[in-house]
Design a protein around this ligand. Structure first.
Ligand code: KIV
Ligand code: ZN
Length: 388
């Protein structure tokens, strides 16, 4: 595989906003869009314009303010949706219409009460119609994860013939295994006529906790765009987390892929989404969780104090986190206590540390963690400290 620039398509404002109870107003969406543009994403999916007047207005507003990224509006394979999306994108410097239809047998039979041939016709019509408004048209094959590969290849061929510039292959239900999803992308690369006329995009959901792994496997097998959200927000178990994909590509240079993302802004971006959506990532969330760079066990703390990369594969500064945290708990050792005590102004001798450490353990056993004011109290009340 030769060196590849991977496009980052952020859908925090569309798929991500589908988290129950986390709807954003237009003003909030504009703030977030501006920051996504600063972060360096290639595409901002700004909304689903036909879904409500509020969403339409948000897409109009975002189109006006975004400077670098393409701005994308979602639509079903329905002419009126497409027309409304095109209207909402009028002011975008780089407009993209994202249109598509369900392609799995279950979607075709139960959702559309249709058949495979008719879906091909609708796909062709949707892309051709979207092309009358904008040059950049992305086609999604909803539930591609559970769509038979041979039929999916036919759908992709039809979309390319109609002028699609990007083919989105969503694992809508988060069902695929990484090997399966990677093989699907490779199958399309190997079997779709004129596949090089379009970029393959992966769009993974996290129902089985595999969204990031599946996205990476898709990249390895030829996907050139990743659809993702900040903090992995999204309906049900969420979408692929932008910060995870970006840092995996950065930390594994042998994959020979890069992105435009300014990784130093990742933590800030995560906090912005947390603030506006009102939900925090879980503390152990990779890259941006509160504990992602916190060390609490004695063995790890000793290693990190001696040399950070003993237990950290990412320099926290690379994602905008000021420094790693040494958290004192009853599992912490002397090295961590000496380190934290020194930061609090106490340069303890070995003798002092021995006693202070015993007092510390008695204290720590009774609480979750030990903060700076607890350290003052423990040191000041230790007999040996007072005597020296
Ligand atoms: O998950 C999905 O299939 C989607 C499409 C609408 C792109 O979000
Ligand atoms: Zn989705």
């Amino acid at each position: 595989m030769s060196h590849q620039k991977i496009d980052i398509f952020d859908t925090s404002l569309r798929d991500g906003e589908q988290v129950p109870g986390c709807k954003l107003n237009t003003e909030q969406k504009l703030i977030i869009a501006r920051e996504l543009d600063e972060l360096g994403v290639d595409v901002i999916e700004a909304g689903f314009p036909v879904s409500s007047p509020g969403d339409f207005n948000s897409v109009v507003g975002i189109s006006k303010i975004v400077k670098s990224a393409a701005v994308c509006g979602l639509s079903r394979a329905v002419r009126n949706d497409i027309k409304v999306a095109a209207e909402a994108l009028t002011y975008a410097r780089k407009p993209r219409i994202h249109t598509g239809i369900g392609t799995s047998d279950s979607h075709i039979k139960y959702k559309f009460k249709s058949n495979r041939e008719e879906i091909l016709v609708r796909a062709f019509d949707a892309v051709s119609y979207a092309k009358t408004f904008v040059e950049d048209v992305e086609f999604y094959a909803e539930d591609a994860g559970r769509t038979d590969n041979a039929y999916l290849a036919k759908v992709c061929e039809v979309a390319i013939k109609a002028g699609a510039t990007v083919l989105n292959i969503p694992d809508t239900t988060g069902y695929c295994l990484p090997s399966e999803y990677g093989a699907k992308i490779k199958y399309l690369k190997d079997n779709v006529k004129d596949i090089d006329k379009a970029t393959i995009s992966c769009h993974c959901h996290n129902d089985l906790g595999l969204a990031t792994a599946n996205s990476i496997e898709a990249i390895i097998n030829g996907a050139g765009q990743v659809e993702c959200t900040i903090n992995g927000i999204g309906e049900r178990a969420g979408n692929t987390a932008l910060e995870e994909v970006v840092m995996i590509l950065k930390q594994h240079p042998y994959l020979d892929c890069d992105t435009n993302i300014n990784t130093k802004r990742l933590f800030h971006m995560s906090q912005l989404i947390t603030k506006h959506m009102g939900i925090s990532p879980q503390p152990n969330k990779a890259i941006v969780g509160a504990n992602a760079f916190a060390h609490s066990s004695g063995i790890h703390q000793d290693g990190v104090i001696k040399r950070r990369d003993t237990y950290e594969i990412i320099d926290p500064a690379d994602v905008g986190v000021t420094e790693s945290a040494i958290v004192l708990t009853a599992r912490s050792g002397r090295a961590a206590l000496a380190y934290k005590a020194k930061n609090a102004g106490y340069d303890l001798t070995k003798l002092q540390l021995d006693e202070v450490y015993l007092n510390f353990l008695n204290f720590a056993d009774k609480c979750k963690d030990v903060n700076d004011s607890d350290i003052h109290q423990i040191v000041e009340t230790s007999k040996v400290y007072r005597e020296i």
